[in-house]
Design a binder for this molecule. Structure first.
Ligand code: R5P
Length: 237
């Protein structure tokens, strides 16, 4: 069921893609359905270029014939389509389950619009059931981990902060050459405040809280795909 839902959400987001667009192309199993469907449209004549958010997505896009560019060549994007590990009704996200959060956030921030694709298992009332990925420098790892724990203590967040390991038993190394700490804190009542505090820690490169970046989400469930949108500031005046 889940693959069908992931595919349905990806197809809904694909409806937003027009020839001439400069795209940010997400990472993960849901984004993979988007890349494959996008490649079929490209084969049918859709004229787009894309910035991949990971080496994994870049390899898949190249294999499928999706034209790629870089943020240096194309620093302003029209639309980024990406998955999420969790999203709430305000479209605050947890991302990084696949260790791609840093490039994903850079690409999303360079995009006029970012939309999320997900099955409805990702939709939560309050973020935090999914452990929060935090990308950190290998240099000073234990000092950084303790600084992260100190922030958690200050916010009364309890739970392990664990170094993510690769299959071979060594620390997982991201595309950017960094490590990932996974914070098992449970419910995060103040995601925005936590994001600010984590960002202030010198050894933290980036964290998986995406606040104010997503403009819409296509969430697929048994009764179909629904779009969740957040009003932009000018729309609320
Ligand atoms: O680091 C990986 C990304 O943040 C993914 O978008 C996220 O983990 C969701 O992946 P999936 O669609 O496979 O659940």
């Amino acid at each position: 069921m889940s693959d069908e839902l992931k595919r349905a959400s990806a197809m809904a987001a694909l409806e937003e893609v027009r020839s001439g667009m400069r795209l940010g192309i997400g990472t993960g199993s849901t984004a993979e359905f988007f890349v494959r469907a996008l490649a079929e449209k490209v084969a049918g004549g859709l004229d787009i270029i894309g910035v991949p958010t990971s080496e994994r997505t870049a390899a898949l896009a190249r294999e499928l014939g999706v034209p790629l560019t870089t943020l240096d060549e194309t620093p302003e994007l029209d639309l980024t389509v990406d998955g999420a590990d969790e999203l709430d009704a305000r479209l605050q996200l947890i991302k990084g389950g696949g260790a791609a959060l840093l490039r994903e956030k850079i690409v999303a921030a360079a995009s006029r619009r970012m939309v999320v694709i997900a099955d409805d298992s990702k939709l939560v009332e309050t973020l935090g059931r999914f452990p929060l990925p935090i990308e950190v420098m290998p240099f000073g790892l234990e000092a950084t981990r303790r600084a992260v724990v100190k922030v958690a203590d200050a916010l009364s967040l309890k739970g392990e902060v664990v170094l993510r390991m690769a299959a071979d038993g060594s620390p997982l190394v991201t595309d950017g050459g960094h490590y990932i700490l996974d914070a098992h804190w449970g419910r995060l009542p103040d995601a925005s405040g936590l994001a600010d505090r984590l960002a202030a820690i010198p050894g933290v490169v980036e964290h998986g809280l995406f606040i104010g970046l997503a403009k819409a989400a296509y969430v697929a469930g048994p009764s179909g795909v629904r779009q969740i949108a957040v009003a932009t500031a000018d729309e609320t005046n």
